[in-house]
Design a binder for this molecule. Structure first.
Ligand SMILES: [Fe+2]
Length: 205
C-alpha cells in the first residue's frame, strides 16, 4: 500500500462527521442529536439486543448525514419545497447511505442500509425503493417513527412546532400507512417523554 492509499484507508471519525453536519446545518445536527436520545429509549422499549441497539443509535446519529450534499437553495429554502426540489432533497437518504458505507463502522453495511430506508412507508408509498411492510428493515421502520415525531415537534418554515398531543394525533392517523402500527404503539407508550418535552420547550424558548 502506498502513502496515498494508506491515507484513504483510515476509518472516518464519528466526531468529525458529526461536527461536519453541525457546521453544514445546525438544525439538522440538533434534530439528529434529539433522535439519538429518543432512539435509545425506543430501542430499549422494543427489547433490541445490544448489537442492534448500537446500530439503531448510529443510524439515528447519521440518518440525515446525506443533507451535507443537498444544495443550499434547497436545504435552506424558506418555504415548502416544490415537487422537483423535493426530489433533490429525497436524494439525502441514498447520499447518506453512501457516506455511512465509507465510515467503516462495525456492521456498517447494515447501518448504511437503515439510513437508505429511513423514509420508506409501511404501505410502500415512501422512498427510495418503495419497500412495503416488513420488507423494510425493522430499524429503518423505527427510524421513520423517530424522525417523524421530532420533525413534527420542530418549527418548519411553513408551520410552527406542534405540541406532543398534536404530533401523536397525526402519527396515529398514519398508523399502517406511513408507520408500522406495532412499533408505533410501543413508541407512543414510552414513559419518559416528559424528559424530551423539556428539551423541546428549551429549544423553543
Ligand atoms: Fe431524512
Amino acid at each position: 500500500m502506498n502513502l496515498f492509499e494508506s491515507l484513504h484507508a483510515q476509518p472516518c471519525s464519528i466526531e468529525g462527521l458529526r461536527e461536519s453536519l453541525r457546521q453544514r446545518h445546525i438544525q439538522t445536527h440538533e434534530h439528529c442529536e434529539r433522535v439519538v436520545l429518543l432512539a435509545d429509549a425506543f430501542g430499549r422499549a422494543c427489547g433490541l439486543p445490544h448489537d442492534e441497539q448500537i446500530q439503531l443509535l448510529y443510524s439515528a446519529m447519521f440518518h440525515d448525514i446525506g443533507k451535507i450534499g443537498v444544495p443550499d437553495s434547497i436545504l435552506l429554502h424558506p418555504d415548502a419545497l416544490a415537487p422537483e426540489q423535493r426530489e433533490t432533497m429525497q436524494l439525502h437518504s441514498t447520499m447518506g447511505e453512501a457516506i455511512v458505507r465509507l465510515m467503516q463502522l462495525p456492521k456498517g453495511d447494515r447501518i448504511a442500509t437503515y439510513v437508505r430506508h429511513h423514509h420508506e412507508h409501511f404501505d410502500s408509498s415512501g422512498y427510495p425503493d418503495g419497500l412495503e411492510g416488513e420488507a423494510i428493515p425493522r430499524i429503518a421502520r423505527m427510524l421513520s417513527i423517530l424522525d417523524s415525531y421530532d420533525a413534527l415537534r420542530e418549527t418548519r418554515p411553513y408551520r410552527g412546532a406542534l405540541q406532543h398531543h398534536e404530533a401523536v394525533e397525526i402519527m396515529l392517523s398514519e398508523s399502517g400507512t406511513k408507520h408500522d402500527p406495532d412499533l408505533l404503539t410501543i413508541f407512543l407508550q414510552l414513559e419518559n417523554m416528559d424528559e424530551f418535552e423539556k428539551k423541546y420547550c428549551d429549544r423553543q424558548g
